[in-house]
Design a protein around this ligand. Structure first.
Ligand code: NAD
Length: 480
């Protein structure tokens, strides 16, 4: 093993690694073995104060830099990420549970995200507004200031990059708080910052759970909050940010519908939905959670997806299986409880449904048939490898089922009829729609939720709306 992971990780504040004010540490474990792999500092609200103070102090210096200088700093960070890829990959796999190849894609994705936003640095233009010959009226886009980045545990590196990169390029400084079950890659990334000549205080990392998270989202010195996580915590973040009228970007949960029309290429639909629900062991907000399948092809769809589910290899991420364990004990219990609930509600387990008889938080890929959309397993985000297959008889019913839910993150349609697929894409209430595929969308494509799935967009140039505020300047040119 190349990584010296079994150590104490400290906070990263103002360019230095420091202990938390109470000098307390907590443990993070490998979800494949349930063994502790490292200890990390538990940040207090005092530590959050220090991090926010450092981020505020350096704001003028960071904002006075030419935009391309900020872009170049991100390019250097992308190079450092690639140079250190082996270590980052291993850390992400041991801490999160992902297969090595998925962590490799995550690390490359982080580097690409940094480069994408680096290239946008000198293109963040305002506009001019026609207002007659005696006035010039134009807008400039200015950074908010200190950006809080609160990250979940399902894709720590990618989600950190998606928020942090546009924030920094736009001239904000950041305080990052990773999730308490996956803190290591953020702390390791902070170490690379020291190598790439980004001023002290521009990027700070505070680790711990809800306490530093809440301290950050309600902090007087924070100017904008980007939160990715569950709906209940999103509500708490929004409430605490309301106290200081701080804008929030919320990327929350999904329970996403994948509609399979009778004319679909069934193999394409099965392959896409299989990847959509089982990749990352189902711990993806954009997952294909509800397959809504026409009754004429329902049995065949179930038969085929069951075969695929049964073909998966499960194992420790470090052995690069198809899928790894769930991330932590509490989540493992939650997923198993949902499987029990589905059985109680009258759905049929076609395959899976059991934990693996070994150490680690492994749950078999599970397919439920006979699911009705008002069952809790169809309405609530399970965030595990559990597919609900729901039948429908006509197009209107498919759309009604798809939209009869409080969430609206992603959705999909499988049909060979392009008119039908595109008009249904317009009818599904969700922020991203995939047609004849799943997880589509380039890096430049905006991503975010309708309804309770969130507020604002990440990715693409639209992400800058969370990090730049518009100032309008109007100039009187009239001679007196
Ligand atoms: P979570 O809400 O429990 O925690 C997210 C983060 O918030 C963690 O860092 C946590 O420590 C912190 N936190 C906890 N309590 C807090 C509080 N009171 N104030 C401020 N911060 C607090 O979510 P999770 O279980 O870590 O992540 C899974 C959820 O994230 C799922 O619902 C998933 O759909 C969602 N998610 C959404 C997207 C998206 O882009 N829409 C992407 C990935 C994950």
């Amino acid at each position: 093993m190349s990584t010296e992971i079994n150590e104490r990780y400290r906070l990263f504040i103002d360019g230095e690694t420091v202990a938390s004010s109470n000098e307390e540490y907590q443990e993070t474990e490998n979800p494949a073995t349930e063994e502790t792999i490292a200890r990390f500092a538990t940040a207090t609200s005092e530590d959050v104060d220090r991090a926010v103070e450092a981020a505020r102090r350096v704001l003028p210096e960071w904002q006075q830099k030419q935009p391309t200088e900020r872009g170049k700093a991100l390019e250097r960070l992308a190079d450092a990420v690639r140079d250190d890829a082996e270590t980052l990959v291993e850390i992400e796999t041991l801490d999160q549970g992902k297969p090595l190849s998925a962590s490799q894609r995550a690390v490359e994705g982080l580097a690409r995200t940094l480069e994408y936003y680096a290239g946008a640095a000198d293109k963040l233009e305002g506009k001019s507004i026609p207002s007659g010959n005696d006035t010039i009226d134009f807008t400039v886009r200015e950074p908010y200031g200190v950006s809080a980045q609160i990250i979940p545990w399902n894709a720590p590196l990618n989600l950190m990059g998606q928020g942090t990169a546009p924030a920094l390029v736009a001239g904000n400084t950041v305080v990052i708080k990773p999730a308490p079950t996956t803190p290591l890659s953020a702390i390791h990334l902070a170490r690379l910052i020291e190598e790439v000549n980004i001023p002290d205080g521009v990027i700070n990392v505070v680790t711990g759970g809800a306490e530093p998270g809440a301290a950050l989202s309600g902090h007087e010195g924070v100017d904008t909050v980007s939160f990715t996580g569950s709906v209940p915590t999103g509500e708490a973040v929004m409430k605490s940010a309301a106290e200081t009228i701080t804008p929030v970007t919320l990327e929350l949960g999904g329970k996403n519908p994948a509609i399979v029309m009778p004319d679909a290429d069934l193999d394409e639909a099965v392959t896409s939905i299989q990847i959509g629900i089982f990749a990352n062991t189902g711990q993806i907000c954009a997952a294909a959670d509800r397959a809504i399948v026409h009754e004429s092809i329902y049995d065949e769809f179930v038969e085929r997806i069951v075969q695929r589910a049964e073909s998966y290899t499960l194992g420790p991420g470090i052995e690069d299986p198809d899928i790894g364990p769930l991330n932590h004990a509490e989540h493992y219990e939650k997923v198993l409880n949902y499987i029990d609930l589905g059985i109680e509600e009258g759905a049929t387990v076609e395959t899976g449904g059991e934990p693996l008889d070994r150490e680690g938080y492994f749950v078999e890929p599970t397919v439920f048939s006979d699911v009705e959309n008002d069952m809790r397993i169809a309405q609530e985000e399970i965030f595990g490898p559990v597919l609900c297959v729901i039948p429908f008889s006509d197009r209107e019913e498919a759309i009604r089922i798809a939209n009869d839910i409080e969430l609206g993150l992603t959705g999909g349609v499988f049909s060979r009829d392009v008119k039908q697929a595109l008009s249904m894409a317009r009818e599904i209430d969700a922020g991203s729609i995939y047609v004849n595929q799943w997880f589509g969308g380039a890096m430049g494509a905006p991503f975010g939720g309708f309804k309770k799935s969130g507020i604002g967009r990440e990715m693409g140039l639209e992400a800058f709306d969370s990090y730049l505020q518009t100032k309008n300047i109007s100039v009187n040119l009239a001679e007196r």
